[in-house]
Design a protein around this ligand. Structure first.
Ligand SMILES: NC(=O)c1ccc[n+]([C@@H]2O[C@H](COP(=O)([O-])OP(=O)(O)OC[C@H]3O[C@@H](n4cnc5c(N)ncnc54)[C@H](OP(=O)(O)O)[C@@H]3O)[C@@H](O)[C@H]2O)c1
Length: 258
C-alpha cells in the first residue's frame, strides 16, 4: 500500500529517518517544516500553515516527531482536516496531552513514547516481573543522547506506569505504596516500594532503558538498547500504515503489534 504521508519537523533527526524509510517503502512524502526554504534538496511545506497544507494536499496520514507545543498544534490541524496522525513526540504536560486526546475525537490519533517492538516486549516483561517478584526493589535507568530535552524519557514514564499498574496492594504490601524517586542526593535511604529513576545524558546514545529487580540474594536486569533511530521510524510507519482508514479515536502501538 503506497500512502501520501505528511512528515512534520522535516529538519529533525527522527523526521529525517521517517522520510528515508517512508521513501524506501514506496510512500510519497510531504515534508513539513518551520523552515520554509529548501532542505537538503527538497522543498518543505510551511508548518505555520499546516491546516491549509492538509486541506490542499489531502495526505493519507501525518507522522509527527517534533516537540510537545508543535505536536499539539499539528494534531489540531489534523483533527480539522480529518487526517490520521501518528505522534512520537515525548515530554507532554498533562494539559498538552489532553489537547492531543481531544484531537482524537475528530480523527484517528496514535501516540507512542517508543515505537520499537523490543520496548513493547520490555514493557510486557516488566509487568510480569513486577507481578512475579513482589518483594524485589525496582530501579529504572535510562540513557539518551546529550540533546534530548525531556527527562525522564517518555519510555521511562511508560515503564513506571507499567510497574505501578502491575503492583497489587495485597501481594506487594508496603511495596505497593512507593513513589518515583528521581535521582538521590545527600542522606536519601531507599523507602520500601520506591522506584528510583535515573536519567543519563551523554554522547549520541539512541536510547537505553534498564529495569533492575533486586532481592536479597538475586538480581534480574531487563535491558533494551536501540541501535539506531531507524527502529523508531520503522515502527512509526508501521503505525501509520495501520492507522489509515480507521475511525476517529485514540490508539496505541500495542494495537498495531497485535
Ligand atoms: N516515540 C519514539 O519512538 C521516539 C523515538 C525518538 C525520539 N522521540 C521523540 O521525538 C521528538 C523529536 O526528536 P528528535 O531527536 O528528532 O528531535 P530534533 O532532531 O530536534 O527534531 C525535531 C524537529 O521538530 C521541529 N521542532 C522543534 N521544536 C519545535 C516546536 N517547538 N514546534 C514545532 N516544531 C518543532 C524541528 O523541525 P522544523 O524546524 O524543520 O520544523 C526539529 O528539527 C522528541 O520528543 C523525542 O523525545 C520519540
Amino acid at each position: 500500500m503506497s500512502l501520501r504521508l505528511a512528515i512534520t519537523g522535516a529538519t529533525g533527526r527522527m523526521p529525517q529517518q521517517v522520510v528515508a524509510i517512508a521513501e524506501e517503502r514506496g510512500h510519497e512524502v510531504l515534508p513539513v517544516s518551520r523552515v520554509s526554504e529548501r532542505i537538503d534538496g527538497f522543498d518543505a511545506y510551511p508548518a505555520n500553515n499546516l491546516a491549509a497544507v492538509l486541506a490542499d494536499q489531502r495526505p493519507d496520514g501525518l507522522v509527527d516527531f517534533t516537540a510537545p507545543e508543535g505536536s499539539v498544534d499539528y494534531a489540531a490541524a489534523c483533527a480539522e482536516a480529518g487526517v490520521p496522525a501518528v505522534v512520537g513526540t515525548t515530554g507532554f504536560s498533562d494539559e498538552q496531552f489532553e489537547s492531543l486526546r481531544r484531537a482524537s475525537e475528530r480523527t484517528p490519533v496514535l501516540h507512542a513514547p517508543n515505537f520499537s517492538r523490543g520496548v513493547a516486549v520490555l514493557t510486557d516483561l516488566t509487568e510480569r516481573a513486577t507481578r512475579m517478584l513482589p518483594d524485589h526493589d525496582v530501579e529504572l535507568t535510562e540513557t539518551h543522547h546529550r540533546e534530548k530535552r525531556d527527562a525522564p524519557s517518555g519510555t521511562a514514564n511508560a515503564l513506571l506506569d507499567a510497574i505501578e499498574g502491575a503492583r497489587d496492594p495485597e501481594r506487594h504490601g508496603a511495596h505497593a505504596d512507593g513513589e518515583r524517586v528521581h535521582g538521590r542526593e545527600g542522606v536519601a535511604p531507599r523507602r520500601d516500594g520506591d522506584v528510583g529513576v535515573h536519567a543519563r545524558r551523554a554522547g549520541d546514545i539512541r536510547g537505553e532503558h534498564e529495569v533492575l529487580f533486586a532481592g536479597d540474594d538475586e538480581t534480574l536486569t531487563l535491558t533494551h538498547r536501540a541501535g539506531s533511530r531507524r527502529v523508531f521510524a520503522a515502527g512509526a510507519l508501521d503505525a501509520a500504515e495501520w492507522l489509515v482508514g480507521r475511525d476517529a479515536g485514540w490508539y496505541d502501538f500495542a494495537e498495531v503489534l497485535e
